[in-house]
Design a protein around this ligand. Structure first.
Ligand code: AQP
Length: 344
């Protein structure tokens, strides 16, 4: 008798990812996520959402939320997402995400969520004061992905652990409900330059929208002078740049700036280092500032142009939401049947 190989998911390849409308988009979001979305839309069926349900896990001003959603949509479009190729939509406009999240809340184990480092980082010392939503955020994330049976998820390195949880939830659902290979085990696409851009003020902290210091990040909507000033003020050290990356091991701020330069130019960091070996930051920073302005300036300008016509952004989002619902609804209907809901 031979052991039978477990069945493997055989549906089509699909990309899903999103960004929260929780503040100004920065270089980390751009390189870690947006640039990848734009590339992947030419390779696979692509769904990109604005994660407004995730955003409200921490307080968001209701008067601003809808315009923040439009701003993220504008950033997607300005980065090169084509609404005819990719389905672009607000998460809250597709209720199937929340419905599947409830099922997954009953599949995921408390012990799995207790291990999530992002919750620990965001909650800090006072986790009992945080919303329940912030705690179960990775479960909703699993539903976001699996309601489309997405197979590939382009994200920054910080999201890797959440993707592992998504795989665990998919595998446990398939196993518990005896629905082998019903859900795919999605792959995190984290590789590539820009997967982990660090703060300009602290080489040990990631660049983040919620960092209270605006000088810690380059925002997509910063003007050229602001970008140049932030790069000039970026924390560094007095030593010249060495010949090898190995020698930057204990100089996280310097390593970060080299990494940013490399990611913006689409080169490897070792190659960039070779070009600047022996030079100090007085010489390197103006070159980095020029490069950042050249890359981010046109994206910011296009975002401003798009945001001047909110009705057109709303039209794109409404169309995307309709297409997303059409893709999600049959999968959710199957889940209801598998779970055994009344009337399914
Ligand atoms: N510093 C980063 N380097 C590379 N990628 C990053 N991403 C975020 N920060 C970096 C990636 O951007 C995508 C969208 O992130 P998000 O808005 O969903 O939430 P986040 O990861 O929590 O991003 P922020 O900017 O740090 O927001 P706040 O401060 O609100 O939590 C994801 O793919 C993420 O990996």
């Amino acid at each position: 008798m031979t052991d039978q190989a477990p069945p493997v998911y055989s549906g089509p390849s699909r990309v899903l990812s999103g960004v929260q409308p929780s503040g100004a988009l920065h270089l980390g979001n751009y390189l870690g996520a947006l640039v990848k979305f734009t590339r992947l839309q030419h390779e696979m069926d692509t769904f990109i959402f604005v994660a407004d349900m995730h955003a409200i896990t921490v307080w968001q001003d209701p008067k601003l939320l809808a315009s923040q959603v439009r701003e993220i949509a504008a950033a997607y479009l300005a980065s090169g997402l084509d609404p005819k190729k990719a389905t672009i939509f607000p998460q809250s406009a597709v209720p199937e995400h929340a419905e599947l999240a409830w099922v997954f809340n009953c599949v995921a184990r408390l012990g799995w969520l207790d291990r999530m480092t992002q919750f620990k980082d965001k909650a800090g010392k006072h986790k009992e004061r945080e919303s329940v939503g912030l705690y179960t955020y990775p479960v909703l994330q699993a539903a976001d992905i699996l309601v489309y049976k997405a197979t590939h998820v382009p994200v920054g390195e910080d999201q890797r652990q959440h993707l592992e949880l998504t795989r665990d939830i998919a595998a446990k659902f398939n196993h518990d409900f005896e629905a082998p290979a019903f859900f795919p085990l999605p792959e995190a696409l984290t590789e590539g330059p820009g997967a982990r851009i660090m703060s300009l003020r602290d080489g040990a902290a990631k660049m983040s929208k919620s960092d209270p210091s605006d000088n810690s990040r380059l925002n997509l909507l910063d003007d050229a002078d602001t970008i140049a000033q932030k790069v000039r003020k970026a924390r560094t050290d007095p030593d010249p740049l060495p010949a090898t990356l190995e020698e930057l091991k204990d100089r996280p701020e310097a390593l970060n700036l080299i990494g940013i330069y490399a990611a913006l130019e689409g080169r490897g960091p070792a190659e960039v280092l070779t070009e600047f070996t022996g030079q100090g930051f007085g010489a390197f920073k103006p070159k980095l500032a020029d490069l950042a302005v050249a890359r981010l300036g046109p994206v910011g300008a296009e975002m401003r142009r798009l945001m001047a016509d909110p009705a057109e952004i709303d039209r794109i989002l409404a169309d995307g939401a309709q297409r997303a619902r059409a893709a999600a609804a049959p999968n959710l209907a199957q889940v209801k049947k598998i779970v055994g809901y009344w009337g399914s």
